[in-house]
Design a protein around this ligand. Structure first.
Ligand code: FAD
Length: 285
């Protein structure tokens, strides 16, 4: 990881991301997890939505609990994929009834079970189309996603940023970044985004890597680069479960410290519902 010094300091926010467990019998475990995450005093907790899935209700249940019981700003993810206009209105109505007024509007990826034809015929094509619709028909606060190393389909970072600007102009009031392991990508991205006139808060996505296998899966899903320092950790500690966990936490802590020193707007930890790891990171910070 490249560490650099800074001249500006300001308060950096903290947030977590959780997901609804796939199996119903695991679902009850999510509440103690949320309680423990709440004890770390995040500014918000967001909950993912499985694109094209039928579990939008679970995202609503979880975000409602975060908002109503834990009194923490809850952000419900919603995707273009799997939502018709009618579904969207029903979902927004349910969110309102559940007391949730903040969403992360995403395009979503094609689920394995969906054909290209089905994927391409979605009613909202890009996240920006969803944002425009939400802005026109609801009073929800809307966040969006961004990609420090560019989205995998974008021909260049510049082109991706042009579309990001459209998304912000459509009504997005904050951005949460894809995970990255080398802070220099994030700083370069911030510079370019600011130059282009994107000035909403941008939360830096941090994924703690605690097993060698997890890095492989994460990189194939996110396309994020793996710097030598992280590859070395895997090579050195990958075979030892506890040492690997400690080294992965240490890496995330160093990454976050550097980001804070640079005065970034927020740190968004992809907690993956792992309370122990998330708590240890926060304690070390
Ligand atoms: P968009 O903003 O629509 O961008 C997608 C691509 O289209 C980009 O390459 C962009 O440059 C391009 N583009 C945008 N507008 C135009 C235009 N007008 N013309 C041409 N090209 C254009 N997925 C889930 O299924 N569920 C989740 O809960 C979830 N949570 C996420 C949380 C975060 C913080 C992040 C970073 C991602 C998340 N994802 C989730 C994954 C996300 O759905 C995928 O990364 C998806 O491929 C892109 O979503 P987006 O909203 O960024 O898309």
């Amino acid at each position: 990881m490249t560490q650099t010094t800074t001249t500006t300091r300001r308060k950096t926010g903290l947030s977590f991301e959780v997901f609804p467990p796939k199996k119903d019998d695991e679902f009850d475990n999510v509440y103690p997890i949320l309680q423990q995450l709440a004890a770390l005093h995040p500014d918000f907790i967001s909950c993912t939505y499985g694109a094209g899935g039928s579990r939008a209700g679970k995202t609503i249940e979880i975000t409602s609990y975060i908002q109503q019981q834990l009194h923490i700003d809850a952000i419900a993810h919603i995707t273009c994929v799997g939502f018709t206009t009618d579904d969207l209105h029903r979902n927004c109505e349910a969110l309102k009834e559940a007391g949730v007024n903040h969403v992360l509007a995403l395009r979503g990826d094609r689920p394995l079970s969906m054909s290209d034809e089905q994927f391409d015929s979605r009613e909202f094509y890009y996240a920006t189309d969803l944002v425009r619709h939400l802005k026109e028909h609801t009073d929800l606060q809307i966040a969006g996603a961004c990609y420090p190393e560019k989205h995998f389909e974008a021909p260049s970072l510049e082109e991706d940023l042009r579309h990001l600007k459209e998304k912000v102009e459509a009504g997005v009031t904050s951005l949460v970044s894809q995970m990255f392991f080398d802070n220099t990508f994030f700083y370069r991205f911030l510079d370019k985004a600011h130059t282009m006139g994107i000035h909403v808060p941008i939360h830096a996505g941090i994924m703690p890597i605690t097993t060698a296998k997890q890095l492989g899966t994460t990189v194939s899903l996110s396309g994020s680069s793996v710097p030598k320092a992280l590859a070395d950790i895997i090579a050195t500690y990958g075979d030892d479960k506890e040492d690997m966990r400690k080294a992965g936490i240490d890496y995330a802590v160093r990454q976050i410290r550097d980001l804070r020193e640079h005065g970034v707007d927020g740190i968004h930890i992809y907690s993956m519902n792992k309370v122990k790891t998330t708590t240890e990171i926060c304690q070390q910070l």
